[in-house]
Design a binder for this molecule. Sequence first.
Ligand code: SF4
Length: 330
Amino acid sequence: MTAFEYVRPDDVAGAVTMVSADPAAAYLAGGTTQLDLLLKDGVVRSDRLVDIGRLPLRGITPGDESLRVGALTTMEEMAADPLVARRLPFVREALLAGASPQLRNMATIGGNLLQRTRCRYFRDPAVAACNKRSPGSGCAAVSGLARMHAILGASPNCIALHASDLCVPLVALDTDVHVRGTDGRRDVPLTEFYLPSGDRPEVEHVLAHGELITHVEVPLLPAGARSGYLKVRDRSSYEFALTSAAAALRIEEGTIVWARLALGGVATIPWRAREAETVLTGAPATRETFRAAAEAAIRDPFTVPGTAFKVELAKRTIVRVLRDVSGTPR
Ligand code: SF4
């Protein structure tokens, strides 16, 4: 049992001050990741948990072109929102594809963005070689069992996957992440929020210690756009993705006039497939176009023997989601 101090601040400013002032402090929201890592796996250490669960950072506020989603909104609350169902159907699909109903009722949107990797070596303190946990120690996964690992954004230093389903459509939509720190507020595009593992796998995002996600601003799909989220996994529920894809298209008279595509289950960060979007935009909505987009999306993968199968699986996932969204026959 790891001992820690538990505190519950009265307001957002107090919470930010508490964590910012103490390098050993961490936020506690839904707890679905934090308590695993701290209490069960023992791979992170926090001497002080600052419980933000009762702060006024919960709820969904519609705007003209976007939804403002409080960081403490649960996954289940967001999935149940009628506007999400109507204007962001692939976000709802991704939410409901993740975790279990019990977990979705606890897990928050902010926590989902900040979830840590499921790499088994990262979560096993008996494994010495893990650059993410112990910088400079090596990577046990590269020569180990690496089926649930990344092929994009990966390197010999780390092939850990970002396992979020929700972040895949959010990154496709150009969602903004709003944060608050002791120096004030700022917002960061989700496409720039995560850092590639590169030489420093232990640094995963742009937040400074103590900065708190207050809400995300999710642009609504444009009128006439259709969307879909496809998740390929070993079993049909409560399982992480082997590959996934979120796609949104607007098609006029058989031509794709607007396209968004992002990938999950294959990359160290939620992966925006911009090269594929370029291939899709202005092209006919055909199987040949979709395959060309898939080839563009999965360019220069870094594979190890356990992950090589994901190259073709990811391409087929992309083709299938684009076919489904566009209504193109097989
Ligand atoms: Fe650690 Fe990353 Fe290697 Fe997993 S893949 S063992 S998290 S360095």
